[in-house]
Write a protein that binds this ligand. Structure first.
Ligand code: KIV
Length: 252
């Protein structure tokens, strides 16, 4: 699709959500963002491999069309290429997904090569890499100074040459994101990057207004489901307390 049709990606963590978007998007990411959106954590650092596999399995089971990518979580691949292969093999074999995503630039190139040469399709993820917020100093836009900008473009080249089939570029100044996109021979997938990327991805909970802890500038809320959910729950609670529910139509 690179160079012809923009590629559409979204996150999903459950079978119903995957079913709702399968056919409408090109790929579904079972992102480790579920640590925050589903499990209420303040970062993505605390989620483990078993949890990612469980959610990956639910999503893969519900999909007929979309390519399903599962995030390798923090601590499951950084130690060595061999550790990464063991984690990735478990994800592919146990979840039934199509590919894994790993965060990191040039420092992860050797691991990406090790995996892709051994039958593991790898999506890269560079720029603002949320698993590294403890060294990045928080969720900060990347590429504001020349040294970092140059390192990001260098990383784009490195993960591309190492064998990634696509690369997510997250939270990067637009001009730098464009340079990173230009450096890639494989599809660039932007999130807070540039409209020039070959595709875009958003966290679905952000897009539908389900996650309201904070809203990065790069998120466009296409709807707001949280107020609808709260309204339905308030009405249900009121009707139970008034003995209006269950009505005769809901009773055997
Ligand atoms: O975990 C996630 O949802 C992601 C996207 C933000 C790209 O990595």
């Amino acid at each position: 699709m690179k160079g012809s049709t923009p590629i559409v990606g979204l996150t999903a963590y459950t079978a119903p959500m995957a079913k709702a978007m399968d056919g409408a998007v090109d790929f579904i990411l079972v992102g480790d963002s579920l640590a925050m959106t589903i499990y209420g954590e303040t970062s993505t650092v605390g989620i483990d491999l078993d949890t990612m596999i469980r959610h990956g399995k639910a999503v893969a089971r519900a999909c007929r069309h979309a390519c399903v990518v599962v995030d390798l979580p923090f601590g499951s691949y950084q130690k060595s290429p061999e550790q990464a292969f063991e984690s990735a093999a478990r994800v592919l074999m146990e979840s039934g997904c199509d590919a894994v995503k790993i965060e990191g630039g040039r420092e992860m190139a050797e691991t990406i090569r090790f995996l892709s040469e051994r039958g593991v399709p790898v999506m890269g993820h560079i720029g603002l890499t949320p698993q590294s917020i403890n060294t990045l100093g928080g969720f900060k836009i990347q590429g504001k100074n020349k040294a970092v900008a140059d390192a990001l473009v260098d990383s784009a080249r490195a993960v591309d040459q190492a064998g990634c089939f696509a690369v997510v570029i997250e939270g990067v100044m637009e001009t730098v994101a464009r340079d990173m996109h230009e450096a890639l021979s494989v599809p660039s997938i932007g999130i807070g990057a540039s409209v020039d990327c070959d595709g875009q991805i958003l966290v679905t909970d952000d897009l539908i207004g389900m996650f309201d802890e904070f809203l990065p500038k790069f998120v466009k809320q296409y709807t707001q489901v949280l107020p609808l959910i709260k309204q339905a729950i308030d009405t249900y609670a009121k009707e139970v307390r008034n003995r209006e529910f269950p009505g005769s139509e809901h009773t055997y």
